[in-house]
Design a protein around this ligand. Structure first.
Ligand code: URA
Length: 476
């Protein structure tokens, strides 16, 4: 099928090397010219000029481009952001194979090309996640409302992730400087420029004291898991994080603070009872694999303004699963369910009942935070049925993996997610029902509803009712 002169090598230059449009145009031209992968040299950015060979643009087209599965284009978009030198060639080889008839290539996970591309895409997604979580803007001195952040990604992800920051910080003027690329948002347009150096970003701003105070307050020593922390927040990012300066002391004192908390256990009542120790790690390759895929969930639009997916957490062998509505502001920032005010109230109720929170699997009907921006605040907004439906696959998968004996639904959204349409919380509150899969479940009020009760008496009554409902877990 080859139509270009059979002996000559051909060069395709992709500049910048992560540009998906440029790669697609080149790959399409090469396919139409019938050029097999072994005759094509790919080069990205500066190395382009080092390679000789025929220019791809000079080759005549001999056939029309085949239709390419959208799944492949999605994968290619991520792989192109990986720094690996062979990314362009790898993708073209896969495209060639698909065009030559291997339509189901992507379904063959053990194929070396598919495996390598998937691993490369995964590294890019992880890196993107880290960027969303660890970029910290600093106010430019003397220029109110202009912010600059310094970040060192492992891969070429700035163009991919910058739109997230444009949506999330639409009202600010900001720049994210990295060693290879700078993204700039002027409040209306996203632009890109060359990379910079760390000194381009201010090193500290006045708000950071506030943030450190907040962080030290929400830091829960009883849930400290340094292995997970190092995996989720590698030390290379610490230098950009205002809270990082606190970490060595917080980590060092954690044991002491946990012991103090244990010794205080008999003192009642307490306004804020810390959560139990971190849950045992989940069985590798099961819930972890689900969590990994859910990171990039796009099943509904809630992922866009949210910081990250907040997946369920707890032992894979948990007897009891707790399903909430959706992550709140603190959950969205920390990536963990039930760590904000509602979660703390829930922990307090568990403590009163003597139920160890670390034995429960905690998750939500919807895994992204839905909110309405109000100035600098993000106000919780209830998810719609469409969001609950879109997210239900994740919950079903969690139930299938954990196989809990019983489920407690906190609030109407959770009840809808667990039982389907038609459940009325007012009528069914606290009543056990058996689902089609044999799992027993009941619904109670959401802890944030308890918190919303205006006067202290109403709140105390609502709380007592909530604890009473949960008490059923002791008997069942
Ligand atoms: N409310 C929920 O329903 N879930 C959380 O994770 C936090 C608050």
């Amino acid at each position: 099928m080859s139509a270009a002169p059979a002996h000559e090598r051909v060069t395709a230059r992709i500049d910048p090397p992560w540009d998906a449009h440029a790669w697609r145009a080149a790959a399409r031209a090469a396919l139409c010219a019938g050029l097999p992968p072994e005759r094509l040299d790919w080069s990205g950015g500066a190395q382009g000029s080092l390679l000789g060979g025929l220019d791809l643009a000079s080759l005549p087209a001999h056939r029309t481009a085949p239709r390419v599965p959208s799944e492949f284009l999605l994968l290619a978009g991520a792989v192109l952001c990986n720094r690996a030198e062979d990314r362009h060639g790898l993708l073209y080889r896969m495209l060639w194979r698909i065009a030559e008839g291997e339509r189901a290539l992507l379904q063959r996970a053990s194929d070396p090309d598919v495996h390598r591309a998937t691993t490369m895409a995964q590294a890019v997604r992880r890196d993107s996640h880290k960027m969303k979580a660890f970029v910290r803007f600093r106010e430019v001195p003397g220029d109110t409302d202009r912010y600059i952040a310094w970040f060192e990604p492992d891969h070429h992800i700035v163009d991919r992730v910058a739109p997230f920051f444009a949506r999330r910080f639409a009202g600010m003027r900001w720049a994210i400087v990295t060693p290879y690329r700078t993204a700039i948002w002027d409040g209306e347009t996203l632009a890109f420029a060359d990379g910079g150096v760390r000194a381009d970003a201010p090193s500290e701003d006045a708000r950071e004291d506030l943030w450190r105070t907040y962080y030290a307050n929400i830091f829960n020593p009883a849930r400290l898991n340094t292995t997970m922390m190092s995996a989720e927040m590698p030390q290379k990012y610490w230098k950009h994080l205002p809270e990082a300066a606190l970490l060595p002391d917080l980590v060092r004192d954690a044991g002491l603070r946990v012991r103090e908390m244990a010794e205080r256990e008999h003192e009642a009542p307490r306004r804020r009872i810390p959560a139990a120790p971190a849950p045992a790690p989940v069985v590798a390759g099961t819930l972890e694999a689900l969590r990994e895929s859910a990171r990039d969930c796009r099943r509904c639009p809630l992922w866009q303004p949210a910081t990250q997916t907040v997946f369920g957490e707890g032992p894979s062998s948990a007897r009891t699963m707790i399903v909430g509505e959706q992550p709140g502001d603190e959950e969205d920032l920390s990536g963990r369910p039930f760590v904000g005010p509602a979660g703390r109230l829930f922990s307090r109720a568990l403590d009163e009942l003597g139920i160890d929170r670390s034995t429960l699997y905690l998750t939500n009907a919807v895994k992204h935070f839905r909110f309405e921006p109000r100035g600098k605040r993000r106000l919780h907004k209830r998810p719609d049925v469409a969001h609950i439906e879109a997210c239900n696959g994740w919950l079903r998968a969690e139930i299938a993996q954990v196989k809990p004996e019983r489920i407690v639904c906190l609030g109407a959204s959770a009840a809808r997610a667990v039982f389907g349409p038609g459940v009325r919380l007012t009528e069914e509150r606290g009543i056990w029902r058996t689902r089609d899969d044999g799992v027993r479940a009941f619904a109670t009020v959401h802890p944030s509803w308890v918190l919303r009760q205006g006067d202290p008496q109403a709140q105390a009554a609502a709380y007592a009712g909530f604890v009473d409902d949960l008490r059923q877990l002791l008997a069942a």
